[in-house]
Each structure stands twice: as structure tokens, then as C-alpha cells.
Design a protein around this ligand. Structure first.
Ligand code: UDP
Ligand code: MG
Length: 244
């Protein structure tokens, strides 16, 4: 029954986030409540090695709006995000991290901005100093600078996965490893409007980061060249007339 479908799907990738999941769900519930809309939370366990899956099964048993799935093997953040998006049933989708670095209380601001744009991306540029060390701040600035230079884009924080978008934005996207960093550029390429809003950033609530400076900076260079190629070779056309 279509009337039972959620308006908003909140999609999260999870790898070894056992200590975050209960606090995360409580924060998402509190964050979404002011919107007074039907929602679902989709968490994809990227084959965690800790007790994440056990906690997720308990959470799903307590609330049918929490939908969980688990990969057979660790496939990476992009794959976990994509698998969640494919499962999502909402008109609007949001992605965020499962470690509470993104504050779910900011969700209504994203949804409000969707009235004017097809896709709304969080930017941590202004708030970074509170949550990150200087190595991380500088490496992120370099990564964003190089990405924008080579992809011809102007996204200030392409690594931030706190985003909201209308479901049609991702209908034609082809996902690849590391693609989560290029979603705003690729959504723009599909002809949709994309904006950024400043957001806060928290230190991780529990657990530890999955990335170091080197894989953050250089792993996506190869992907960047592919995005640059795609941008230059993408076909654009408008039908002037059509008969029969
Ligand atoms: N993540 C994942 N699979 C991985 C690595 C990360 O699903 O192989 C998830 C992780 O659980 C978190 C998000 O991706 O929800 C971002 O990861 P992390 O916090 O380690 O990245 P950082 O915030 O340090 O950039
Ligand atoms: Mg994190």
C-alpha cells in the first residue's frame, strides 16, 4: 500500500560501530520527530567484526521502521551506502555516518533546503576545527582542492556524506568504490541542482576511524580521473520535436 510508504529514508553504512548504534538511533528519532513525517532507517552492516550485527538485529526487532541488512564480506563505505539507497522506499533520501560525527538534529534543515534544491550536501569546512586535528583539516583541504581542480567542480567538502536528495537524483547513477566522495558532482552531471549547507561536526562517539591520511588523500585520485573523463564525455541533448 503506497500510503504506508515512508516519505524519508535515512541510509547509513556501518562497519564496527557497535558502541554507537543505540545512541545513533535515539538521536535520529529525536532529530526526525519535529518533521512529523513517516520515515525509515536503513543500516547496512559492511560485515562488521564487532557486535554491530547483534545490536542491529535487536534494534530492528524493537521497531519495524529500522531495516537492517548485512554484507557477506567487507565491501567498503560506498557499497554499503549504495546497498542502503537501493533498499530505500522514501521520496527523499538522506545519508549520514553511523558514528554520530554527523548530528541527526540537523536533519530538518536538510529537508527544508530540499524545497529549493534537488540535492543538499553538508559542509564541515567551518566547523572542522572543533572535531578534527590539523593534519586532517589540511589533508581534507588539499583533497577537496585537487578534486575541484580536476573535476571542474566547486564542492567545498566532497568527503562529507551527510546529504539529502530526491530519489530521482540517484536513479541513473552507477556506483563504484569510493564513489561516495563524488556523489554531488555526479548528481550535478545528471542535471540536478545541488547546494551545500554548513553543518557541525562532532568527534566520533565510540569506535575508530577507518581511514588514514594517505588512503583518504590518494585512494580517490584514480576515481577522480574517471569522473573527469565522464564529465568531458557525457552526452547532453534536448529533443526539439518528436513525432509518433
Ligand atoms: N564504513 C563502512 N565500511 C567501511 C568503512 C567505513 O561502512 O569499510 C562506514 C563507517 O561505519 C561510518 C562511515 O562509513 O558509518 C564513515 O567511516 P569513518 O567514520 O571511518 O570515516 P571518517 O568519518 O573517519 O571519514
Ligand atoms: Mg566518521
Amino acid at each position: 500500500m503506497s500510503s504506508d510508504l515512508p516519505i524519508l529514508s535515512i541510509v547509513l553504512p556501518c562497519f564496527n560501530e557497535e558502541g554507537n548504534l543505540r545512541a545513533l538511533i535515539a538521536a535520529i528519532r529525536a532529530g526526525v520527530e519535529p518533521l512529523a513525517i513517516g520515515y525509515e532507517i536503513i543500516i547496512t552492516d559492511d560485515c562488521s567484526r564487532d557486535g554491530s550485527w547483534g545490536v542491529l538485529k535487536e534494534l530492528a526487532a524493537e521497531d519495524p521502521r529500522i531495516r537492517v541488512q548485512k554484507f557477506e564480506s567487507n565491501c567498503g563505505q560506498s557499497a554499503a551506502m549504495w546497498a542502503g539507497m537501493k533498499t530505500a522506499r522514501g521520496k527523499f533520501l538522506m545519508t549520514l555516518d553511523a558514528d554520530l560525527q554527523n548530528d541527526p538534529h540537523e536533519i530538518p534543515r536538510f529537508i527544508a533546503a530540499l524545497e529549493h534544491y534537488d540535492c543538499v550536501c553538508g559542509s564541515r569546512v567551518e566547523s572542522r576545527r572543533k572535531g578534527d586535528n590539523s593534519v586532517r583539516i589540511i589533508s581534507s583541504r588539499i583533497a577537496n582542492g585537487v578534486r575541484n581542480w580536476l573535476s571542474g567542480d566547486t564542492i567545498s567538502d566532497s568527503g562529507c556524506c551527510f546529504r539529502a536528495f530526491k530519489r530521482e537524483c540517484i536513479e541513473n547513477l552507477k556506483f563504484f568504490k569510493g564513489m561516495h566522495r563524488f556523489m554531488p558532482t555526479l548528481i550535478k552531471l545528471e542535471g540536478f541542482s545541488v547546494t551545500e549547507i554548513p553543518i557541525g561536526t562532532n568527534p566520533r562517539f565510540a569506535g575508530k576511524t577507518n581511514y588514514g591520511v594517505w588512503n583518504r588523500l590518494f585512494a580517490s585520485f584514480y576515481d577522480l580521473l574517471a569522473v573527469r573523463w565522464m564529465k568531458s564525455r557525457m552526452v547532453h541533448y534536448k529533443i526539439a520535436e518528436r513525432i509518433n
